[in-house]
Design a protein around this ligand. Structure first.
Ligand code: DC
Length: 235
């Protein structure tokens, strides 16, 4: 069974997906971490990703585009899980990037990398292989629309931008990595919402058959229980 959870950044997808995986005994897959890992490799190779508006545009530096597409195709992304099925490590090409993918630099450049058509094609192929291996909760932006359009359950999880920025800042403080300035986080979040929703390739959008869960005024427990209820109806 595939449970697809899509929604904007900071809607709580990752934390909810991890808790659902634990309670339902499913694997979980954070596809955003995969786009982040490729972005981190680009920064590590010394590319000035912040100066690029659109990697698919003819004026985009072709050497950067080619190098990133090569990373997405040739450097497999692997997740390591603890005994409760909770993800504890992200690797790309054998390199541990668990913390590196959560920095401010990655936050502010990942939208451009994830809008690139050939990078998406490469990572979607990896996601389909991972998801097909077992019962999986997959979270991202295009899971219900593109990656697994036949998922048994599709949830579109959202919340107001203010609530999402607040939660993201708390999560960054807890992890000890990433921005903890709430106003700056809110602005970046609004920018990313707009970029992710308006891009040409697999924009963030609610699948027709997805169930909308607006968590603005819901507790974490209420969100988890609601999705478990929906999953049980379909099992
Ligand atoms: O969920 P996140 O903030 O870690 O995602 C990082 C970026 O990757 C975000 O800008 C949107 C993009 N993304 C995507 O385009 N498709 C996915 N399936 C997951 C994430």
């Amino acid at each position: 069974m595939i449970i697809a959870i899509d929604g904007p950044s900071g809607s709580g997808k990752s934390t909810v997906a991890k808790e659902l995986a634990k309670r339902l005994g499913f694997a979980c897959l954070d596809t955003g971490a995969m786009y982040r890992a490729v972005t981190y490799r680009g920064l590590q190779m010394g590319f000035d990703l912040a100066s690029i508006a659109d990697l698919d545009a003819p004026e985009a530096p072709q050497d950067v585009r080619e190098a990133l597409v090569k990373v997405a195709n040739d450097e497999p992304i692997a997740f390591e899980y603890d005994e409760f099925g909770q993800p504890i490590k992200v690797e790309i090409g054998g390199q541990d990037v668990t913390r590196q993918i959560r920095t401010k630099e990655v936050d502010s450049t990942v939208s451009v990398v994830s809008a690139c058509s050939d990078i998406r094609t490469a990572l979607v192929a990896q996601q389909r292989v991972i998801g097909a291996a077992s019962d999986t909760i997959i979270e991202g932006r295009d899971i219900g629309t593109v990656v697994f359009p036949n998922a048994e359950l599709k949830v579109f999880l959202t919340a107001s931008a203010e609530a999402r920025a607040h939660r993201r800042v708390l999560q960054n403080a807890e992890r000890g990595v990433g921005d903890t300035d709430e106003q700056a986080t809110l602005e970046l979040m609004k920018y990313r919402d707009k970029y992710d929703s308006s891009r040409a390739n697999s924009p963030l959008s609610q699948a027709e058959d997805a169930i909308l869960v607006d968590s603005t005024d819901m507790t974490f427990e209420e969100v988890v229980e609601r999705i478990i209820e929906l999953a049980q109806e379909r099992m």
